[in-house]
Write a protein that binds this ligand. Structure first.
Ligand code: ZN
Ligand code: ZN
Length: 246
């Protein structure tokens, strides 16, 4: 039981960190820079951490920047105010993500050409064989260590980890919680300590300052990825940009 729970927690946080740190804060918003070695390292980390639900970084970033430009309007790919339930919202998100992935849609974004890409990993990560392979690997692990068959009910969480995190953040981050800033959109801060979604639920703070590495703004808020970024900055692995509100 301890091994299965440890695996679930490890996979949850590795996937959430990859999405927040590499896809969101780096690829989409350029909150920091890093050299090509570390960029490749975190690209590979994202591939293994997201596994069966790997998201193509550039398509993710273009989709996400569309969300920022058109937040909570009809052009927003995943505003909870335009869909009757979370499933409809995620199906629309997937549709628009695939349009970016196939090059049928181009984003309103000056950085698009300089976003990180790695053709080999992109093709590997997006192939059905790889996705099924990862699911088989998770299933094998459960066969080895699950104390009973009921634990296998957790397998869909592993298989769809990336979209699951996205669904919660996009739905709750623009629907429930408090606001520090009066914005034109419906963005909210869902938690005071965003421990499960590694800071991503501070949507109101983030929409106000998209370039700011620390998603927490008030003294009582805590973004758990920010101390990690400070440590990586101190170790010269990344270089944080100046904080826009200090
Ligand atoms: Zn948002
Ligand atoms: Zn963002």
């Amino acid at each position: 039981m301890v091994i299965i729970l440890s695996f679930l927690v490890l996979h949850w946080y590795a996937s959430a960190f990859a999405q927040s740190f590499f896809l969101h804060r780096y690829t989409s918003h350029r909150q920091f820079t890093m050299n090509s070695f570390w960029e490749k390292f975190f690209y590979l980390f994202t591939f293994f951490a997201q596994g069966s639900s790997f998201l193509h970084p550039k398509s993710y970033a273009l989709l996400h920047l569309q969300h920022h430009t058109h937040s909570d309007t009809e052009e927003d790919p995943h505003s909870p105010h335009f869909f009757k339930d979370v499933m409809q919202m995620m199906l629309n998100t997937r549709k628009i993500y695939m349009e970016y992935r196939r090059g049928e849609r181009t984003g309103p974004n000056a950085f698009a050409d300089s976003m990180p890409t790695w053709d080999f990993i992109d093709r590997l990560g997006n192939s059905s064989f790889t996705r099924v392979g990862f699911v088989l690997l998770y299933t094998w692990f459960y066969f080895q260590f699950a104390p009973s068959i009921w634990w296998f009910l957790l397998l869909p969480v592993h298989a769809a980890m990336g979209p699951l995190h996205g669904a919660f953040i996009n739905w709750c981050g623009h629907k429930y919680g408090y606001r520090n800033f009066d914005m034109a959109d419906e963005s909210r801060n869902t938690f005071l300590f965003d421990l499960f979604f590694v800071g991503e639920c501070f949507q109101n703070n983030h929409h106000k300052y998209p370039k700011r590495a620390n998603f927490a703004v008030k003294w009582f808020e805590f973004d758990p990825v920010y101390p990690v970024m400070k440590l990586l900055n101190f170790s010269r692995i990344i270089r944080l940009k100046a904080d826009p509100i200090r």
